[in-house]
Design a protein around this ligand. Sequence first.
Ligand code: ADP
Ligand code: MG
Length: 263
Amino acid sequence: ISFNKKCREPEGIDGANGKVSKEMIKIKDLKKKYGNLEVLKGISTVIKEGEVISIIGPSGSGKSTFLRCINRLEEPTSGEIIINNKNILERGADINKIREEIGMVFQHFNLYPHKTVLENITLGPIRLKKISKPKAEQLAMELLEKVGLADKRDAYPNKLSGGQKQRVAIARALAMNPKIILFDEPTSALDPEMIGEVLEVMRELAHAGMTMIVVTHEMGFAKNVANRVFFMDGGYILEDAKPAELFENPKTERAKEFLDKVL
Ligand code: ADP
Ligand code: MG
């Protein structure tokens, strides 16, 4: 597999592919409460175009909530999320447009069970982007080839393995031509022998320059593919560092304890 490299002006050397640095996502003091439960307690960060961020941290620390706020699957309680200089939380922001630009891949795939693989991928481009059916199908087939599933175009999701379903889900996200893809534990529901094939697709995407935020328990991915790792705990980003730094030299006791358990 290989995805097309995006043509970008080399500006710095911070991206996963080694040559990008335009600020893409700016988050300021993001907070989210469910009723009285404060789940995000003030998150601020800047993510550059082409960066691959891995988010690690204990269960319940707010990782999924954080991702879901970034494409407004959840409404933040306060704070700012600015994507390409647009405040996506302001009144009147176009949520559909935001979700077109910010793809999401879920732990449980969330494919439409009554639609074929091809239909799963073409639905968004036809309905939301008003692309013609033949064009959408052509694009879908190109993406299916890239994830190694062209022969499954007419299959229904229940005939696919978990790894295949997740590769279809990634192709579906890509079909919308997103600027960012959020992954929420994309390999956690997979049998061990299928994890590699999904991580491989993600690694290719990273190398092609896609901006990605990946919540994962795959420490190998965090170490080898991400160029920054966030350690979240208790609704905060407690550490934000290069993978080698965070894994070899965690600064907080919390991160040390967590890494001792998972490594
Ligand atoms: P993580 O992904 O790190 O495991 P989550 O963001 O899923 O953490 O959850 C953080 C906290 O928010 C947990 O205590 C969880 O129970 C709570 N929570 C998540 N979603 C909801 C919701 N829709 N309603 C109420 N509480 C929620
Ligand atoms: Mg989660």
